[in-house]
Design a protein around this ligand. Structure first.
Ligand SMILES: Nc1ncnc2c1ncn2[C@@H]1O[C@H](COP(=O)(O)OP(=O)(O)OP(=O)(O)O)[C@@H](O)[C@H]1O
Length: 332
């Protein structure tokens, strides 16, 4: 009978010593990681819970073809300021947390959004949204294309990467929902993946203060590939129209919600956080853009909802609560 496959008393002693060492090392790593996390979130808060970035896209072929001139000037030594040149050649300066120039690519934009991913995985509620005039590049920035992925894809990829990296100490479960707000109606863009039929959705405030949409489908996702397939199907279902200013104009607010369930193996606590990635419909100067009938009504709804958003953001910025913006809602 072969006995050398059973460890002797010395080997058992050594194994238990190694196991104790491993436990101590794991505890030390955990303590360091929590300290790092605390400092990281302190820095994030100091930088401000609301950040505003401005991205200027390059002029396209049509705009160049008809000889349109650039009306934005950048200071090469400052990446937080730009100047708008008016028709009388006077200049007006605007300041942001960061300004992206026409030559800045999708990676440069994502580099600024990346730190928020860590915040979501640490239990914060984060919302990243693109706001701007029709054709200014909101969908390009958020969605991008398969060759030129935007903030949505890169953020979700990073979310998965960090959650796997932390697997030793924290277990994450990620689910996504995708919805569209068009003419003040909420549509579930992933309903075809559920066993339900499309139904009217409403916004409710849950007991914990977080906004919820009872009945909205939540798809559990395990990888970026799986998630991307889901998003593509949601995008197909979304509404697209056209204005004279942009041929493929988004006529609705498109919202992607990632629900992050976080189980902390150290303190055995479960927390839930949300990441919102939003491509807003564009505010339109109805008098200047050739819209009529149904499109005109849509534009009026869009403008009204964007005005409400402005009120909510101003209230958050001045740290006041408004009836429509729960004070627990934290926007980075
Ligand atoms: N940074 C950029 N670099 C190159 N092309 C860009 C950039 N931003 C936008 N574009 C191009 O400009 C066009 C309009 O962009 P996009 O559709 O993203 O605008 P939008 O703000 O979402 O418009 P709408 O609100 O009408 O839907 C698209 O063809 C897009 O590929």
């Amino acid at each position: 009978m072969a006995t050398d496959s059973f460890p002797g008393p010395e080997a058992i002693n050594m194994l238990s010593h190694l196991s104790r060492e491993h436990e101590l090392l794991k505890k030390k790593n955990l303590e360091e990681s929590f300290e790092w996390k605390r400092l990281y979130n302190e820095v994030t808060e100091l930088k401000g819970n609301i950040r505003v970035f401005c991205r200027c896209r390059p002029l396209n072929e049509v705009e160049n073809g008809i000889g349109l001139k650039k009306v934005v000037e950048f200071d090469s030594s400052q990446d937080t300021e730009l100047q708008i040149i008016s028709s009388d050649s006077s200049k007006k300066q605007f300041k942001f947390d960061h300004v992206f120039k026409p030559e800045d690519n999708q990676d440069a934009v994502f580099a600024q959004a990346k730190p928020f991913v860590t915040s979501v995985l640490d239990g914060y509620i984060v919302c990243i949204f693109a706001y701007g005039q029709t054709g200014s590049g909101k969908t390009f920035t958020m969605e991008g294309s398969p060759e030129n992925r935007g903030v949505n894809y890169k953020t979700l990829e990073e979310l998965f990467r960090i959650s796997w990296e932390r697997n030793d100490i924290i277990r994450y479960e990620l689910s996504v929902s995708m919805l569209e707000v068009c003419n003040e109606k909420i549509k579930d863009l992933l309903v075809e993946h559920s066993n339900q039929t499309s139904k009217k959705l409403e916004i409710k405030q849950a007991a914990d203060g977080i906004l919820d949409f009872p009945g909205l489908f939540e798809a559990r996702v395990h990888s970026t590939e799986e998630l991307w397939e889901l998003l593509k199907s949601g995008i197909r279902v979304g509404s697209v129209g056209s204005t004279s200013a942009n041929e493929l104009s988004s006529r609705s607010h498109c919202l992607l919600r990632v629900i992050v369930m976080r189980y902390d193996l150290v303190n055995e606590k479960t927390t839930k956080s949300h990441l919102w990635l939003v491509d807003l419909a564009s505010r339109e100067r109805v008098g200047k853009i050739d819209v009529e009938g149904e499109r005109l009504e849509e534009s009026q709804f869009i403008n009204k909802s964007l005005s409400a958003l402005e009120v909510a953001i101003s209230a958050l910025a001045s740290k006041r609560g408004t009836p429509s913006s729960p004070s627990c809602c934290r926007v980075h």
